[in-house]
Design a binder for this molecule. Structure first.
Ligand SMILES: [Cu+2]
Length: 474
């Protein structure tokens, strides 16, 4: 079956009321462990507040926020049967994994959403080491905001931990941002808030670290710890700082970078960073993980409590992570050139935007559309571009709006070639890139993964209101 006819099948399935023709669960012969998506409750707000009704993933009886950590070694398989006990259809996307297309969970492009009471078998290889996450990819702006996200850690094939200059311990920090009401319930009457969508998105009022507000984390004086930091927020861009802990960046979006000192670290939604810190040895007993909520007033979202015996120094140099060795290098001699132009949002108009048919701005907003890629809002009808398998694509991404965007490519990681702003560094390899207002970023990647792949803003309010498209590798 050609992929074009697959697309027709999808439309046909939608016309039949969502009955899936190509995602039938094979319950009978599956022995995969269950990953259940179901309502649960979590103590997100500080002690003294009620617990919060959430939607959560569970591999055991009780669902947790964030979802249970999935951990394996690069090259191994991940296998789960998603069981949907939610009141809505859902699907799981394995963010940043260069996965086979049918397992990408990008509903409705790579599979039909899984209806309540049904299931879907995910079974795939995770080829590259690094820090990743999994999350709902159906009605994501609502389902991720309700809690459907968890860490996916792919360990290095070669030893790193405890080697000379490396960390002796690692700590996964899942950061999230929740919009809670006075009773600590999730605010539920603003899923279609176009005002928020046309600005920076749904901003929360409670930031959690591993599902807890203001947790205390232990570290010994002199201890070197690898932090795996994941921003799972619906829309919040997180500028972070780790004063007094000598933070050095060692990986972005799972991909190793030459260790570099950082003063601040900006993580857009879906982005990850691996950072090595050293426990302070100056006698002070605490150090904070700080976040700038947008007004340059840094607030503490977690506290490292420094206690115990002082450990021997690991030295000033940090051992680089082992190279992936699995990512093809772009061939920039004669790449296929593509353009991604971002327009819309508050304070700037979208000109001549197509949504299903060509619509003016007023009519677009009636459909909940306030953003466009290349003049098309929610461009799901046909691919933005096609690339032959193995071809290098060089893409110029220009943000002609007043707001930042976090552009994510499915199934591929890309090299940042050039940028006009300050958010990125040339040469970094990523799967999600932050692009500032009026900034242009050029990226390149080898289209070496066949299939239909989404490209969208990972600020999920923007994704929902127009910043969604797909490309095809054939
Ligand atoms: Cu955006």
């Amino acid at each position: 079956m050609t992929s074009l006819s697959r697309r027709s099948v999808l439309k046909g399935a939608a016309a039949l009321g969502g009955t899936s023709l190509f995602s039938a669960p094979s319950f009978a012969d599956s022995s995969l462990p269950v990953l259940r998506a179901a309502p649960a409750s979590a103590q997100l707000a500080p002690d003294g507040y009620p617990s919060t009704p959430v939607w959560a993933y569970a591999t055991e009886a009780k669902g947790r926020v964030p979802g249970p950590e999935i951990r394996l070694t690069a090259g191994e398989r991940v296998g789960y049967r998603l069981v949907n006990d939610l009141p809505q259809p859902t699907a799981v996307h394995w963010h940043g994994i260069r996965i086979e297309n049918a397992m990408d969970g990008a509903a409705p492009l790579t599979q039909a959403p899984v209806p309540p009471g049904e299931g879907f078998d995910y079974d795939f290889v995770a080829p590259d080491p690094g820090t990743y996450w999994y999350h709902s990819h159906n009605r994501s702006a609502e389902q991720v905001a309700r809690g459907l996200a968890g860490p996916l850690i792919v360990e290095d094939r070669e030893p790193w931990l405890r080697e000379s200059g490396a960390a002796t311990r690692e700590l996964v920090l899942v950061l999230d941002d929740w919009l809670l009401d006075r009773d600590a319930g999730i605010v539920e009457d603003r899923w279609d808030d176009l005002h928020a969508a046309s600005h920076g998105g749904r901003m929360g009022n409670t930031v959690t670290v591993n599902g807890v507000a203001y947790p205390e984390l232990d570290i010994q004086p002199g201890e070197r710890v690898r932090l795996r930091i994941i921003n799972t927020a619906t829309d919040r861009i997180m500028p972070l700082s780790l004063p007094h802990l000598s933070p050095r960046l060692i990986a972005l979006d799972g991909h190793p970078v030459a260790p570099r000192e950082i003063e601040t670290l900006v993580l857009g939604p879906a982005q990850r960073a691996d950072v090595v810190i050293d426990g302070r040895i100056d006698g002070e007993t605490t150090a904070g993980l700080l976040l700038d909520p947008g007004n340059e007033e840094w607030v503490e979202i977690a506290e490292f409590v420094v206690s115990g015996d002082t450990l021997a120094s690991r030295g000033s140099d940090v051992r680089p992570l082992p190279a992936w060795g699995t990512l093809a290098a772009p061939d920039l001699s004669s790449p296929q050139r593509e353009v991604l132009l971002m327009e819309g949002g508050a304070m700037r108009a979208m000109l001549e935007t197509t949504y299903r048919e060509s619509l003016g701005f007023q009519d677009l907003t009636k459909h909940g559309m306030v953003w466009a890629f290349n003049g098309i809002a929610d461009g799901m009808d046909k691919p933005m571009f096609q690339a032959a398998l193995g071809r290098t694509v060089r893409m110029e991404m220009t943000n002609r709006s007043m707001f930042l965007h976090a552009i994510h490519l499915h199934g591929h990681h890309f090299t940042v070639l050039s940028q006009s702003g300050a958010a990125n560094m040339e040469g970094d390899v990523r799967d999600t890139v932050l692009i500032g207002a009026d900034e242009t970023v050029e990226v390149a990647f080898v289209a070496d993964n066949p299939g239909q792949w989404m490209i969208h803003c990972h600020m999920l309010s923007h994704q929902k209101s127009g910043m969604m498209a797909w490309f095809e590798v054939v």
